[in-house]
Write a protein that binds this ligand. Sequence first.
Ligand SMILES: [Fe+2]
Ligand SMILES: [Fe+2]
Length: 210
Amino acid sequence: MKLMETKTRKAEVAHKIIETGESLLNVVWSKADARRAASLEIIARTAYTAEESACHYLETIGLDRKGSIRETLELARYQDTNEQTHEDIFARDLNGLKNWGDRFLARHIAVIIYWAFAITTLIDHELAALLGEAVEVEAVATYKRMLVEQSDEWLNQPAVPTAVRYWNKPNSMWKVRGDNQPMSMRDVVEAIVKDEADHVHANSQKAVAF
Ligand SMILES: [Fe+2]
Ligand SMILES: [Fe+2]
């Protein structure tokens, strides 16, 4: 079951907006495979990059009196690095964007998402964070689906280099959580499911930060 951690009416609306957007993306990327993951990770990661930029802006113009915008920015940056790892695993290592059409569509949507999230963050940061939370709820579902839909052969292939490098970083989400070194892609996808669940929680916290 797909559930938002934030239980407000606004959170419900945010989830509906994201579900609608995702149903459009499902027309192109329906299978829970490297193609879908690579494309959707670029889009998801860009939302964090936009949040960082907008928080920087708000800080620059002197609105961060309590330091909560800076904290939100730091958290978005941490999430951005984690999402970038997901993107690199599926787009670089597993060549999920090998089709020109996928690259074209994913990158153009990502640019639109960048501006949409940057502007929404400036106007209504709570809504931007709730939209982010909804994206992450859907991401948890996608990666759970990947664990069921992908073949054993695919899941048992060795963990890709980006995943091992990320695990080795002292402050990576995987190290901080105390995960074992991923040996197979199954371990990697299981770690990513946990990441996305962490993102759901972090975004629900960010929604009430400022
Ligand atoms: Fe991700
Ligand atoms: Fe995520």
